[in-house]
Write a protein that binds this ligand. Structure first.
Ligand code: ADP
Ligand code: MG
Length: 771
């Protein structure tokens, strides 16, 4: 089956832009009139629209009002930014105003489209959150677009990692609020711990506009956002880290074929046991030591510095293996994290008890209206429909794309590939053409940069350091003679103009072919390849792209390892055979399929958890916003309630009742959640017994939940009977009921279904003594 045919049948229908296109003429007709309006009148016209009964609160703009708004919005952008939105940008805006995800190529001006869309929603009386990829972009976009919003009379704010609760409240109170998707999620999680209405930060969710929609809605969808309560963590033993460093691979331990598990051999066990004073490592009393040894071994043998993590400012920072970017505030399961810290000789960071989690997918689904924009949406159209009920609208480029995408150059070994890569870069660079090289991970970036420098080629390396710095570097990637080495996501969202940031030498660089993008290997999906290619050839500029691949690349090794290597040129190792190309595409499709299955799986498991969570949250909200707790306790402990009431008054008593109930509710939920997590971790073992793990999970997860709310009420009543309540309120801590002293938030990349599960099963396997 040809590629074209697969694409043809695999591509679901996309949204018809015809009806919007027909409005463009009318928008154009309004332009001369609107252009005559002084600024204040422009703003006043928008405000008038906002007050119009047919617009405020309407599901959709009535057609004539949509035309009017489009004309005003275009004029506002023209005045504020000196950029008159192209017809295609208005089309994109209209499609998003109808709740679709738009596909619009890189460099086409989606930031502006998103801003105009959000203003459109605001004018219809909606409150909009714009989810950005990171803090840097959230702030940049809000500030960049502010003059447009000002002219439209729409208020705008942004939140970042360092924003205080008051700053967040102020930002959320604006018509439009920009924030990294993780920050939006953490605020939701933190609000779930509020004891008083006044502590709440996030307003009711309304409209969400997702930038880089495919990466947020698909690639990141499974990522759990975690809220934890601070507790002290015990450090991993540095002596164990030293001990495992002295073990030999193949002698003392073995790494399994898929490189995801390591276990001690008998020789290794003997050695470790001797070093620990002759203990029996597999004795019941040494379970904890065995776990610690296994963690240390895992950290030593399978977690690689500069590939899986970097050390910065004395801390471990994980690298997202998908993107080769540092994932801030992300950590491995606690024990492993501490083991890696010990391996690097670092001070152990704080750890926490998980209070609650959510996933980006669940966060997104809270919003009644969702729309989004990205350069690559069609490839995930089916998933957007399956998981979010979203449709994709394909917006054509303003000027047709003339980028030349060359066929892959395939080699036998990685060395062959890199030799050819360096030679090719050198020759293209000789013409002065700017080159952007996309690598798979940070280690590869470093290695390639070293090779290039050795060959006398100066280059800038984007190393997942910080988003603002990366943006500054990537903005210069289009300058004549520039060579920039970067991982796939680095600097995303920043425009690469030919001739550098100021586009001064644009025409000269265009003449020599524009930006040339080179991929050092296929990513785990062709969509990610396309994202990289898309960085060249913006807004009709010339440009080119090519991928260098080899049979030693990860994607082949992991997903098509049994493929025979086709014949190659004996000197260069280059494979011209069509079968080679087929294998590469095949491996990538297998990888895509596996990811989709993982996504589906998480979705299925999370469904039940979400049902339980929303039951708890619904009760929690009632308690928080009403006197329900007071009523319930008055009913259950009427004598004590009356006696109190006489002493402290109704208001203090109601607040105390609320706090007591919420305390027990949060506590029980966090316990129940730990149980669910444990169940999920253990459930795959039952799959071995040929039972359907999902059914098993659902069956075991339900009974403990049935009594949860009843238990909370009971525990609350018990506390209520014994606790001291003074006119100052209730002192829970004095009764031994401690809330976490501080909370912190993080993202976990490896959840139970891939790395985490593998890790747990590794641990379990390793703990059984080998024969
Ligand atoms: P995208 O997010 O689609 O990749 P950006 O929003 O970063 O694109 O915009 C790319 C560049 O295009 C920016 O430099 C922006 O100033 C410019 N731009 C956007 N819209 C217009 C327009 N209507 N006219 C001229 N330049 C525009
Ligand atoms: Mg963008």
């Amino acid at each position: 089956m040809g590629e074209w045919f697969r694409r043809l049948i695999g591509r679901p229908g996309t949204v018809d832009l015809g009806p919007y296109r027909r409005l463009l003429g009318q928008v154009g007709d309004r332009e001369p009139t609107v252009r005559e309006l002084p600024d204040e009148e422009l703003t006043a016209s928008v405000t008038e629209l906002r007050a119009d009964e047919s617009v405020a609160g309407a599901d959709r703009f009535p057609t004539d009002k949509l035309v009017e708004f489009s004309a005003l919005a275009r004029e506002a952008a023209r005045r504020a930014l000196d950029e008159r939105p192209f017809d295609v940008q208005l089309l994109g805006m209209m499609a998003m105003l109808s709740g679709n995800v738009i596909e619009m190529a890189t460099g086409e001006g989606k930031t502006l489209v998103g801003a105009l869309t959000s203003a459109g929603y605001a004018i219809r009386g909606r409150r909009v959150h714009i989810a950005s990829v990171n803090d840097y972009l959230a702030r940049r976009d809000a500030e960049w677009m502010r003059p447009v919003y000002d002219l439209l009379g729409v208020s705008v704010g942004w939140i970042g990692q360092d924003s205080t609760a008051d700053e967040r409240r102020a930002a959320y109170a604006c018509d439009v609020c920009y924030g990294a998707v993780s920050e939006l999620g953490f605020d939701v999680l933190r609000d779930r711990l509020a004891y008083e209405e006044s502590e709440l930060v996030v307003p009711e969710p309304d409209v969400l506009i997702v930038d880089e929609a495919d990466s947020v809605l698909v690639d990141e969808a499974r990522v759990p956002l975690v809220l934890a309560g601070a507790i002290e963590q015990s450090a991993a033993d540095p002596a164990l880290a030293e001990l495992v460093k002295g073990l030999g691979r193949g002698v003392h331990y073995e790494i399994e074929e898929d490189a995801r598990a390591a276990h001690l051999t008998n020789a290794g066990i003997d050695r470790v046991e001797a070093a620990l004073g002759g203990i029996d490592l597999y004795g019941v009393e040494h379970m904890a030591t065995l776990t610690a040894v296994n963690l240390a071994l895992y950290a030593h043998a399978l977690v690689e510095r500069d590939v899986d993590y970097i050390v910065r400012d004395g801390r471990i920072q994980l690298i997202d293996d998908n993107r080769g970017r540092v994932a801030t505030l992300q950590r491995w399961p606690d024990g492993l994290h501490a083991a890696v810290e010990a391996k690097e000789g670092l001070v152990t960071s704080e750890s926490g008890e998980v209070l609650d989690t959510t996933t980006i997918q669940a966060l997104v689904r809270r919003y009644p209206t969702v729309c989004g924009m990205t350069g690559t949406a069609v490839a995930v159209a089916e998933q957007l429909r399956e998981f979010y009920e979203l449709e994709v609208a394909v917006v054509p480029p303003n000027v047709p794309c003339i980028r030349k995408d060359e066929p892959d150059r395939l080699y036998v070994t990685r060395d062959d590939k890199e030799d050819a890569l360096v030679a090719h870069i050198s020759s293209v660079h000789g013409e002065g053409r700017p080159i952007l090289i996309g690598t798979l991970d940070v280690a590869e970036s470093e290695r390639l940069a070293r090779r290039l420098r050795r060959a006398g080629l100066e280059c800038s390396v984007l190393n997942a350091k910080n988003d603002a710095e990366e943006a500054a570097i990537i903005a210069e990637a289009g300058r004549e003679g520039a060579i920039t080495v970067s991982t796939q996501m680095a600097g995303r969202g920043t425009d690469i103009r030919l001739g550098g940031r100021d586009a001064q030498d644009h025409d000269r660089v265009a003449e020599i072919g524009g930006l040339y993008v080179i991929g050092t290997g296929r990513y785990s999906s062709s969509r990610l390849d396309d994202q990289l290619r898309g960085r060249a050839g913006r807004q009709g500029d010339p440009g080119g792209s090519v991928f260098f691949t080899s049979f030693e690349d990860d994607v082949i090794v992991r997903h098509a390892s049994d493929t025979a290597v086709p014949s190659a040129d004996p000197k260069t190792g280059r494979i011209e055979d069509a079968g080679g190309k087929w294998s590469m595409n095949h491996a990538q499709r297998v990888a895509e399929g596996e990811l989709l299955e993982l996504h589906r799986n998480t979705w299925r498991y999370n469904k039940l958890v979400e049902v339980q969570r929303s039951t708890v949250l619904e009760y929690r909200n009632k308690v928080l916003h009403s006197d329900l707790a007071d009523k319930e306790l008055a009913e259950r402990c009427s004598e004590r309630h009356a006696e109190l009431l006489g002493e402290v008054g109704a208001e203090v008593l109601a607040a105390a009742a609320r706090q007591i109930v919420l305390y027990h509710l949060d506590q029980r939920w966090s316990e129940h959640f730990a149980l669910l997590t444990e169940l999920r971790e253990g459930i795959h073992l039952r799959a071995l017994g040929r039972r359907n793990p999902l059914d098993e999970f659902n069956r075991d997860a339900v009974p403990p939940f049935l009594n949860l709310l009843a238990e909370v009420r009971e525990q609350a009543a018990e506390t209520f009977r014994s606790v001291t309540i003074t006119p100052e309120g209730v002192d829970l801590a004095a009764s031994g009921l401690k809330r976490p002293t501080a909370t912190w938030t993080y993202l976990v990349r490896d959840d139970q279904f891939d790395e985490g599960e593998r890790f747990m099963s590794t641990m379990k396997r390793a703990m059984r003594r080998p024969k």
